[in-house]
Every structure is written in C-alpha cells, then in structure tokens.
Design a protein around this ligand. Structure first.
Ligand code: PLP
Length: 464
C-alpha cells in the first residue's frame, strides 16, 4: 500500500521549477533550496513506507509547506522586530534602537575603508579613541574620556587599573547584581580590588564612609547605581556631591558606576526628573571617574563610556586589558554620530530614538494610537475588536525601576481567537511584533514603535 502511493510523490525538479518555489527564499542558493525540498520529500517518502500516511499531500499542499520551510531557512536569526511592549530600553530586544539616521551613517562611512586608526593630518598611525574623546569632554565637561566594549568592561577596567590591592569602600546597599554574571562583589574580586563593605543594606551614612577612611584605610570610594531594583521605606544613601567633597578633603578617589544615565538634568519631563543622577551632575560634583552604558538611556550602541581626570584615564588606556575590551569601528561610528546630536540637547531628544520615546508627549502618543486605530478600522475583520487604552510604559533596561510612563496602547480582542493566539500570530508575523497580554486583551503600546512600524502593525492586525 505504502509503495503504491509513492507514485504520487512529485519529482524534486518539478517542485523546484514551481513558480511559488522559485520566487521565495531569494537569499538561498539553488543548492540550499534543493536540500530543503529533498528533505521534505524524503520525509513524506519515509512516512508513506512506514504506513504513517495513507496518501501523499496534493502538489499544492506540498508547495505551500515548502514555501514555509524555505522562508524559514532564508530568514535571519538576528533580525528586526517591532517592540510593542512599551518598554523603551528592552534588554531582550537590543536595548536602545538606533534609528535610520545613525544606521545610514554606518553605511556611508564604513562600507569601505575608514580612519579607525589613521591620522589624516599626519599621514600616520592614529588612535581609535580620538574619534569620540573630544566630543565626550565637550558635552560633559570631563577632562578626559575613553570608550570600551560595554559598561561591565568599563567598571572592571577602572577597578583593575586604579583600585588593585587597594581598599575600596562601597555601601552594602550597592553590592548589586545587574543581570547576567555581573555582580559587583565578584567583579571587584576579579579586578583585585579589596572590598570594604560599609553601612547596611538600607542605610549608609556619610560617617560610614568617614570611618572607612579613618579606621580601615579606604583609598577609594565606589558608588554603584542600583539600576534594577528599588529600596523603599527606611532608607538613606549619601549624595554624590557629599561623597566627592569627602574624597577631596581626605585624598580618596571617588568612582561612580552610573549604569544608565541622562547626560544632563535639563529638559527632563516631570516623570523623569530626579530619578537617576545625570552624567554632567556627577562630573560637576567632582567624581574622579564616571562610567555608564552606551546603549541604555544614552540611546546609542553597546559601549562602556568612561569619563574622568586625565592622569587616571591615561592609566586606564595603558592597562593591557584595554586591548581585550576595545570597541570596534561600528560602535565608534555610531557613538560619534550620537555624540554630535548631544552637542545640542533638544536635537538629541529629537534625533535619538530612545530619548525621543522617553520624552514623548501625551498628545503625540495619543495621535499615534488614533492614527493606527483609524487605519485598522478601515479593514478589520468583524470578529476582531480594537480600542485605545491607557498603559503604563517603562523606561526599562534596569534604568529607572519603579518609574512608569503614562502612555497609550491598542487593545486587541477577538471572538474566535484567545489572547495567547493573537499574541502568537503577531509574534509570528513576517516582521515579528512583540506585544503583551493584559487583562485578557493583547496590548500594542505605541510609545516604542519606530516610524516605519505603523504600516506593519496595521497589516498584521487587519490580517488577524
Ligand atoms: C547596566 C549596568 C552595568 C553593565 O553595563 P553593560 O553596558 O550592560 O555592560 C553596570 N553597572 C550598572 C550600574 C548598570 O546599570
């Protein structure tokens, strides 16, 4: 019986010449496509011989299944998705989005060769660090600056350079774990700094730092922003201005790992004011070293940005580990572009997508939601229901825990689809849409949509 039905199994060449098959999987070579086809036809043959199926699917069905398999084989693993979660710096979705202008800058400057380590004036070898150092100093007021691969590397490198075999005082409330394997006590141990825990989990006073210096020979004060959690209630920490003053008076260095930070406190809307210390305020306070991530609130690519006094930054640059943590041309190219926007803060807010989303005004968000709603309503299936609801969006990226940004979302429900099914269909869209389920409805937050996402969203919802 099994053998007889094999007569209905189409030939590989016939399938490969089918119009639908020739037009899909455009980046797959002919050989790769053939493998997919042979693989599926082979599966059908085995199933027929084992008696698992009693007839071969029709040619149309076979072509349809193969179209899916070929498209899947042709699809990239790291690819564009639409972030409809309302979480701006979504750690799983690549943190800060770069936007078209920053990515086009990469195409313009990096398609061929570039000046990564070449000094055009001197016709001689240059340093990759020069491309962004002056901009960083101009914008923040720091004396010197450098950039490494990410902020975890920055913290390690700074401690390894400046705090090796020295007593480093840090508040017990700041011995944090930042996700992955980045745990402050372990990073300190590996950088050969001697950890001096002071204060308590909820309260650390200035006198704790004074005692650490006077009684335990602390030579460095490390402050770490507790990025991804909030201690509430009976709490106290010492303000960075006071710490820097203490440091100056006693000849003790102050290092601040800011993690996620705005460049300045100016222009911040009410909901974001005073939530995190700004880079500029820490430089102004007199920190010896300040470091932060390039792809969190700063809104650019992955990088660890280190600001500080010239002698210390020079020492960090000479640390042999620096070579292991160096940034590449792609990151430096994007950083330079981002920093140029920061020369004029209102321009930065407009041009840097993450800042734009964090600063988005109520009426802009509402308009965006209303536009999508009106487009969707032109063509929506009768059993699908959509309306605008209020949401609480989040900055994300462990930047401002407990801070919610009032926003708008499209809430989708359907008579014949569960919320899980809607969420899955959106996630499996040609450009995957990452949404969330709340109160039985599926929410598409508009804050985190990029301009080019709106069309895809409308198509996907009307196709439900
Ligand atoms: C995020 C963060 C880090 C790690 O930065 P990466 O850029 O992810 O390497 C270190 N310290 C703090 C306080 C952070 O918030």
């Amino acid at each position: 019986m099994g053998k007889e039905i094999l007569r209905n199994l189409p030939k590989v060449d016939i399938i490969l010449n089918n119009e639908i098959i020739t037009s899909c999987g455009s980046e797959l070579s002919g050989e790769m496509k053939k493998e997919v086809v042979q693989g599926y036809l082979g599966e059908l043959r085995d199933a027929a011989l084992k008696g698992e199926i009693c007839e071969i699917p029709s040619k149309e069905e076979i072509v349809l299944e193969l179209k899916k398999r070929i498209s899947a084989a042709d699809s990239y693993s790291l690819k564009r998705v639409i972030n409809a979660t309302g979480v701006v710096l979504h750690t799983n979705l690549g943190r800060a989005p770069l936007g078209r202008e920053m990515t086009e800058h990469i195409v313009t400057e990096l398609t061929g060769y570039n000046t990564l380590e070449y000094d055009l004036d001197k016709a001689a070898r240059g340093s990759r660090y020069t491309h962004v150092e002056k901009l960083l100093c101009d914008i923040t007021g720091a004396e010197a600056a450098m950039v490494v691969n990410n902020n975890a590397a920055a913290v390690f490198l700074v401690l390894n350079t400046l705090a090796q075999k020295k007593n480093v005082a840090i508040s017990r409330g700041e011995l944090v774990e930042i996700g992955g394997a980045f745990r402050v006590p372990e990073i300190m141990e590996r950088s050969w700094a001697d950890l001096l825990e002071i204060g308590t989990t909820n309260k650390t006073h200035l006198f704790d730092y004074e005692r650490a210096i006077d009684e335990n020979n602390a030579e460095i004060i490390l402050k770490v922003h507790n990025s991804n959690f909030k201690v509430i209630g009976f709490t106290e920490e010492v303000d960075i201005n006071e710490l820097c003053e203490l440091g100056k008076n006693r000849g003790v260095k102050v290092i601040f790992d800011l993690g996620a930070a705005f460049m300045t406190d100016s222009f911040l809307p009410g909901a974001l004011k005073g939530q995190v210390p700004s880079v500029k305020s820490c430089v102004d306070a007199g920190c010896d070293i300040v470091c932060f991530s390039g792809d969190k609130i700063f809104g650019s690519t992955q990088a660890g940005i280190i600001l500080g006094n010239k002698p210390d930054i020079e020492k960090v640059k000479k640390n042999p580990f620096t070579r292991m943590f160096r940034t590449d041309k792609l990151d430096l190219c994007v950083l330079e572009k981002t920093l140029r926007y920061y020369k004029d803060y209102p321009v930065a807010i407009k041009k840097i997508p993450a800042l734009n989303m964090l600063f988005a005004k109520d009426d802009e968000l509402k308009k965006k939601a209303e536009f999508i709603l009106s487009e969707v309503q032109k063509d929506i299936r009768e059993k699908v229901d959509i309306k605008i609801v209020n949401t609480e969006d989040e900055p994300g990226g462990g930047s401002m825990p407990g801070v919610y940004l009032p926003g708008y979302a499209l809430e989708i429900r359907a008579e014949d689809l569960s919320a899980d099914e809607i969420e899955e269909k959106l996630r499996k869209n040609a450009v995957p849409i990452i949404s969330r389920i709340y109160n039985g409805g599926v929410l598409i937050s508009v804050r985190t949509l990029m301009p080019e996402d709106e069309y895809e969203i409308v198509e996907a919802i009307t196709g439900l």
